[in-house]
Design a protein around this ligand. Structure first.
Ligand code: HEC
Length: 258
């Protein structure tokens, strides 16, 4: 009898596991939009919120800044999430301008959020925390140009006569994060990358570059010919979408002249 009962409970909690996405949809999404590309957010803030007329920060902005600013990033995910849950509980109960972690330039045109005291239980805040914690990164990957492993990239480059582009990064590198959020998600960049390049990301803390290339600081970009045996160009640093497009154009020319 007892084991049957336990199975029943487990099955039950599995079936009805609270989804942070659902809680957000029901209790937050009336004010907070989900995703707007970072360049549009930056322009909107410069124009006093007149471009987008947002009622509140987007979920993507909140997710990014909360993960960056709340709790101790040196802890493992569970440890930091525990601290975020505490912060979020306090914020939702008694929001003030000071408690926010998104820079003022992006929030100065918003009202203070109304308190949600008594409207969410602990399980709901925990589920929301899980959802918020991963959201920004998920959006960046989803809206970015497709990433391949180096082995896949080599094959595609050879078959389709494309240039292999490797981006070297490490976590917490500001320039790398800006490249991901502000450049790799732009349509005009994706269009050029999809046409002539195959994109690979390598984490320099744990991965090496092919062909014995000595890596530069991060972020850095390594262009390899379609045969996979020659470096066409390598550069280091952050650039805007337009600067990056200029670089891609030059590399394409160099590849053609080889
Ligand atoms: C009635 C509209 C409204 C609803 C509903 C709402 N919010 Fe907000 N929220 C706002 C506004 C406006 C701000 C900006 C406040 C500011 O700039 O001080 C905000 C700010 C925040 C911030 C702080 C952002 C920062 O600067 O760090 C968090 C976190 C947040 N909301 C989470 C939530 C969550 C989670 C829910 C759902 C449970 C929710 N909000 C529901 C309007 C709302």
């Amino acid at each position: 009898m007892r084991s049957v009962f336990i199975t029943f409970i487990l099955l039950n909690s599995f079936l009805f596991a609270l989804s942070g996405e659902e809680v957000f949809k029901q209790k937050c999404a009336s004010c907070h939009q989900y995703y707007v590309p970072q360049n549009k957010i930056i322009a909107n803030a410069k124009h006093d919120n007149k471009d987008l007329n947002l009622a509140a920060p987007t979920l993507t902005e909140m997710s990014f800044m909360i993960k960056d600013q709340v709790g101790d990033r040196a802890l493992d995910a569970e440890g930091q999430k525990f601290q975020i849950e505490e912060w979020l509980t306090d914020y939702l109960n008694a929001p003030t301008k000071d408690k926010g972690v998104i820079p003022d330039e992006f929030t100065r045109f918003f009202e203070v959020m109304p308190s949600m005291k008594g409207q969410l239980n602990e399980d709901e805040v925990e589920a929301l925390t899980d959802f918020i914690y991963v959201y920004s990164e998920k959006m960046t990957v989803a809206h970015s140009v497709k990433r391949y492993s180096y082995e896949e990239a080599k094959k595609i480059a050879k078959e389709q006569n494309k240039i292999i582009l490797i981006e070297g990064y490490i976590s917490f590198c500001r320039g790398c994060i800006r490249m991901d959020r502000e450049v790799m998600v732009e349509d005009k960049v994706k269009e050029v990358l999809n046409k002539d390049f195959v994109f690979v990301k390598k984490n320099f803390l744990i991965e090496k570059l092919p062909l014995g290339i000595k890596h530069l600081g991060t972020p850095s970009f390594y262009f390899i010919n379609s045969d996979g045996d020659k470096v066409i160009e390598m550069v280091q640093g952050f650039g805007t979408a337009d600067e990056f497009l200029e670089l891609l154009k030059n590399v394409k020319k160099m590849a053609e002249n080889q």
